[in-house]
Design a protein around this ligand. Structure first.
Ligand SMILES: [Zn+2]
Ligand SMILES: [Zn+2]
Length: 142
């Protein structure tokens, strides 16, 4: 019996706030437990949330290569060839299961990827686009 779980987009603002509060208390409790400052625990947590093999935010090189092959080296945005070494890998949706599979992870030229985020958020800040108009509760695409 598979349990249905909500995607990020299905969370209410109240649930997002509660999850954030739970994380704050996790950091505080862990900090006490290891007699480490909260900043040290946060550094470990941040690294883990980027790199965890299933729910981490960053695709691995292997996942990027699978995407590159799947899309036959074609940029998702301009539909021209992109070299593997130049390709940036864009997530169409964040906060969903299997987010690093080719159907959600697409190769793009660096400049196309910048455009993608500028169009979405009106910001040049790669990876963590933030605009004044945008709510901070919306997860960052990268
Ligand atoms: Zn392109
Ligand atoms: Zn992106």
């Amino acid at each position: 019996m598979a349990k249905t779980t909500k995607n990020y987009a299905e969370l209410t603002p109240a649930e997002i706030k509660d999850i954030r509060d739970a994380l704050d208390s996790f950091i505080a409790v862990t900090s006490d437990q290891f007699d480490a400052c909260a900043e040290a625990v946060a550094a470990v947590a941040f690294y883990r949330l980027q790199r965890h093999p299933t729910w981490g935010r960053n695709a691995t090189d292997a996942q990027k290569s699978v995407s590159y092959k799947h899309w036959k080296g074609v940029c998702h945005r301009c539909h021209k060839h992109v070299e593997r070494g130049e390709a940036k890998f864009h997530h169409l949706t964040r906060g969903v299961p299997n987010q690093h599979v080719p159907s959600n992870l697409v190769p793009e030229h660096t400049s196309c990827h910048d455009d993608e985020h500028n169009v979405l958020y009106g910001s040049f800040d790669k990876g963590s686009p933030v605009s004044k108009k945008r709510k901070k509760t919306k997860i960052d695409n990268a």
